[in-house]
Design a protein around this ligand. Structure first.
Ligand code: DGL
Length: 288
């Protein structure tokens, strides 16, 4: 890759507000970068969408982010990464593209009894990318991975219903079978789920099972982005551009008010700390 324009922003996207769990690590790791977050809430959830749909949405959003002068794009969604990371890298060879995937590798390294639960969407668990990684790591490390599709859980988090009975019932339904099979490690394979990590811990504690180690890859993704941005020679930031910069700009294909609730409720940001806009028709599906 040639020199990147250091004035460019880092674009981050997800089906909705789940990718904010990755964005919060990027803000910590790279405090001087301008960030643009795209919540594709008009088309969420991604978890039960087809691969071709996810590729199309990812390409449309990446093009939108490129037009906002992004130098890097973080696909802060396991489902979109599994479906579309290859297509994104070949369509945007001039951009740094970072994806997220369920942390099976750290889980296999850290599990003592080699029984690991994986919570993710159906789209992620059914993808070739996930199946290949799972089979390879099972063969190499003897780890038994127990995948659990969490239908409906991302929707609850989109509504910021973290502690509602409906959310806790879903968590019990998905976690109890894994706990009964003796998992000692649990991978959060969807970027929405770190927002219910406390509730997951509570369900595990209530079940009187031994403690379970929880793996979230958000911080590792931010470190990887940092490494890639600094590995490429940069055209220095202009002073005027630095002064104009807004730290966080948010766009959504859905309702601004819902995404704003997520930013304020989950990231605890005040109104002056970000700008938010409806993305409008620029991000409608190509086939619409
Ligand atoms: N947060 C996304 C993921 O990591 C997608 C959740 C959804 O929209 O179903 O897979």
């Amino acid at each position: 890759m040639q020199a990147i324009d250091d004035d460019g922003a880092v674009g981050v996207f997800d089906s909705g507000i789940g990718g904010l769990s990755v964005l919060r690590h990027i803000r910590q790791q790279l405090p001087d970068e301008s960030l643009i977050y795209f919540a594709d809430s008009g088309f969420s959830p991604y978890g039960d969408r087809s691969e071709s749909f996810l590729i199309e949405r990812s390409l449309v959003i990446a093009e939108f982010l490129r037009k906002q002068h992004c130098k890097a794009i973080v696909v802060a969604c396991n489902s979109a990464t599994a479906a579309a990371i290859k297509a994104l890298r070949s369509a945007f060879p001039d951009l740094i593209i970072v994806g997220v995937e369920p942390g099976l590798k750290p889980a296999a390294q850290q599990s003592k009894n080699h029984i690991v639960g994986v919570l993710a969407t159906q789209a992620t668990l059914q993808s070739n990318k996930f199946q290949t990684l799972k089979n390879q790591l099972s063969g190499d490390t003897g780890t038994q991975f127990l995948p659990q599709a969490c239908v409906g859980l991302a929707d609850q988090i989109e509504k910021i219903e973290l502690d509602s009975d409906a959310t806790l019932n879903l968590l019990r339904r998905y976690l109890h079978p894994l706990l009964e099979q003796g998992i000692d490690t649990l991978v959060l394979g969807c970027t929405h789920y770190p927002f219910v990590a406390d509730q997951i811990r509570q369900v595990i504690a209530d079940s009187a099972c031994p403690p379970v180690h929880i793996i979230d890859t958000g911080e590792a993704v931010a470190r990887r982005l940092d490494k890639l941005i600094h590995a490429i020679p940069a055209i220095p930031k202009s002073v005027s551009r630095q002064m104009q910069r807004t730290r966080l700009t948010v766009f959504t294909s859905g309702q601004v008010v819902n995404v704003e609730q997520g930013i304020q409720g989950l990231l605890k940001l005040g109104a002056g700390e970000y700008q938010i806009f409806a993305a409008g028709e620029t991000v409608l599906p190509i086939s619409a």
